[in-house]
Write a protein that binds this ligand. Structure first.
Ligand code: ATP
Ligand code: MG
Length: 429
């Protein structure tokens, strides 16, 4: 195939055989978020480049090398959103809906774009579900975010495969003091650091903690620890969070090296990680960002949130074979009609049944065809039952009702009784 007719590398189609899992996942999450009182917000996919520079920070991987940035026809610099928090903060400020301390518990879903090296679990267009809460500054809401993800893993049957990692980055003052101590220590070991870390030491020193380089990791063993620099307020906040997780019985591990890639976090940071997907193991990540709204031009407004990667969670469901069987069956009943008169009667009958059973997944054969070919299609559709309208059935005003998955013999049902009969044998979603 010529190159221009292929999808862009790292940007995937989600094919009809894959969409049932996606819809199952998205449906489960959105129902859960409704139940916890979160409201959906939808932002544009494109924003001014400046928004991401200002919120995410100039010296982050995302802004330095991962953004899809272009000039539009007016000469404005625009960027395909690499994440959702920036646009969400922009939107709440633009519409004033966090003003006067109004609490907002919001969620969003959609594609994000980052120019990374595509590999399993890492793509250039990928999808996130994210939550952001504004104007609540206590550990209770941090805990709620974690509790609801814990429930989600339970509902999806993947709880045993994910582990919660926690850290506190302190307030910006205590982080500032820690940063100084870290820079002093690392500068004394400058020659033993890898090149990336040497660069980060100047631009974003906390990110050195995140390094994958073994030599740098060895240097870090004796480095100052964030925990020793936490101010009293952050310490109390962190204890409050841990007490709540303990109360619910959610296990966690403290990871002092967890700093997250983005500049704007403070106090709580967390990640849910799995060892079932290889290197791309973080399925959900977030934390508190009390300084962000102010940094973006608003009044000081506490915030906390997270984002989960849908591709990675779908991969995890597939890897662990935790996909309920019924989600891939998309047809309950398949109607076969033979001859024009039967087709007309069948169409009208199908609509009457749909009036009475709006959730029934009823497929009417299209494209006519012989007895054999229509039955083949009925079977292939995955339907549990076939309805048959031939000359005999037309004469008696009945429909043949044939179980396709081996539950009994074919029987005749009067047209008027069909909906009631179907209601007794098909469990409707
Ligand atoms: P990573 O360390 O894996 O690059 P990140 O810290 O850049 O992740 P976040 O910005 O916190 O990721 O995004 C939240 C979640 O979105 C991640 O935990 C992951 O599940 C998912 N995610 C991030 N980048 C990608 C990507 N390129 N492809 C697929 N999923 C992604
Ligand atoms: Mg990344």
């Amino acid at each position: 195939m010529s190159k221009s007719l292929q999808a862009i590398r790292g940007m995937n189609d989600i094919l009809p055989e894959q969409t049932p899992v996606w819809r199952y996942f998205e449906g489960t999450v959105s129902r859960l978020l409704d139940n916890y009182g979160y409201k959906q917000i939808r932002m544009p996919i494109v924003e001014f480049t400046e928004l991401f520079k200002r919120s995410i920070g100039e010296v982050t991987d995302i802004v330095e090398k991962e953004m899809y940035t272009f000039e539009d026809r007016n000469g404005d610099s625009l960027t395909l959103r690499p994440e959702g928090t920036a646009a969400c903060v922009r939107a709440v400020l633009e519409y004033g809906i966090t003003g006067g301390g109004q609490v907002q518990k919001l969620w969003y879903i959609g594609p994000m774009f980052r120019h990374e090296r595509p590999q399993k679990g890492r793509y250039r267009q990928f999808h996130q579900i994210g939550l952001e809460v504004f104007n609540l500054d206590g550990p209770d809401i941090d805990a709620e975010l974690i509790v609801l993800t814990w429930r989600l893993w339970g509902e999806l049957g993947i709880r045993d495969a994910v582990k919660l990692e926690l850290n506190s980055l302190g307030t910006s003052e205590s982080r500032g003091r820690y940063r100084e101590a870290l820079v002093e220590y690392l500068s004394a070991h400058h020659d033993k650091l890898d090149e990336d870390s040497q660069r980060r030491l100047k631009t974003n020193p906390l990110r050195v903690l995140d390094t994958k380089n073994a030599d740098t990791q060895a240097v870090l063993v004796d480095a100052p620890k964030m925990a020793d620099y936490l101010d009293d307020e952050s310490r109390a906040h962190f204890e409050g969070l841990k007490a709540r997780l303990d109360a619910v019985g959610i296990p966690y591990v403290l990871n002092p090296k967890l700093v997250r890639g983005l500049d704007y976090y403070s106090k709580t940071v967390f990640e849910w990680v799995t060892d079932k997907l290889g290197a791309q193991g973080t399925v959900c990540a977030g934390g508190r960002y009390d300084g962000l709204v102010e940094q973006m031009g608003g009044k000081p407004t506490p915030g906390v949130g997270f984002a989960m990667g849908i591709e990675r969670l779908v991969l995890l469901l597939e890897t662990l074979e935790q996909i309920p069987e019924e989600i891939s069956r998309q047809v309950d009943v398949y109607l076969c009609a033979f001859g024009e008169e039967a087709e007309l009667a069948g169409l009208a009958l199908a609509e009457r049944v749909r009036d009475q059973l709006p959730n029934l997944r009823l497929q009417v054969n299209a494209g006519a065809g012989s007895f054999k070919s229509q039955f083949k299609k009925a079977d292939k559709s995955g339907a549990l039952y076939a309805l048959i309208l031939g000359d005999d059935e037309m004469a008696q005003q009945v429909v043949g009702f044939k179980p396709l998955r081996g539950q009994g013999e074919q029987q005749s049902i009067a047209w008027d009784a069909l909906a009631a009969h179907l209601a007794t044998c098909v469990v409707q979603g």
